[in-house]
Design a binder for this molecule. Sequence first.
Ligand code: ZN
Ligand code: ZN
Length: 244
Amino acid sequence: MKYRYDFHIHSALSPCAEEEMTPNNIVNMAVLAGLDLIAVTDHNSAGNLAAIEKCAQGKPLVLIPGIEVESAEEVHISCLFADVEAAGEMERLVKKKLLPVPNQEDIFGPQYLMDWQDHIVGKEKQLLLVSADLTVEEVFAAARGLSGCAYFSHVDRNAYSVLSVLGTFPAGLRTGVAEVTDSEEGRAFAAERKELKDKTLLYGTDSHRLACMSRGKNAIELPVSKDKLTARDVINWINEKDLR
Ligand SMILES: [Zn+2]
Ligand SMILES: [Zn+2]
């Protein structure tokens, strides 16, 4: 079965995301676009995932709880989990390692924590747009240790991407999946780079606004029927690619 996805969405908890990125708006926009699978991946935090999961209940899509972790090398890594609890564990682990810098709303934007009815219930005080004192390898090991998966985000970008920072994929780290930006430039980059020839590519919108979310043109094939589809199916699919 083919499933339309968008695995790179930021909620209003990410300071760079628009305030319209509320739990209900994200879920409803995804339903309108006919997406079957979404992952919300705020920077270094899982704070809004429980609310978004509650919004997604009863809707014709599956939420994959995620976090976009920034490693010590300033490389962005998409980490996906089977449940909100595991994502919360990852957040606890990452937060302890974040450079302790308070958010400055006037510079970076607010970091809203929301409930499932889109009420603002608090603000994250720690600036989330910082790196964690964890190497790339440590981030992958932590996500996988929590029975999740990890892959490099937007590898075509000239900042915060593994290829721009490290020049290549780290030797010794098995990773079969990579995300490229869901754009003509992203696809052109992927076609040219030999490092990506043997990778399964995911196309990421890195949505910080509702209008940027996928309209459903990207799909993955999973051997499970829609009524049985869970986040675990996606994580297993990615981890199997990593083992090849
Ligand atoms: Zn990123
Ligand atoms: Zn992102």
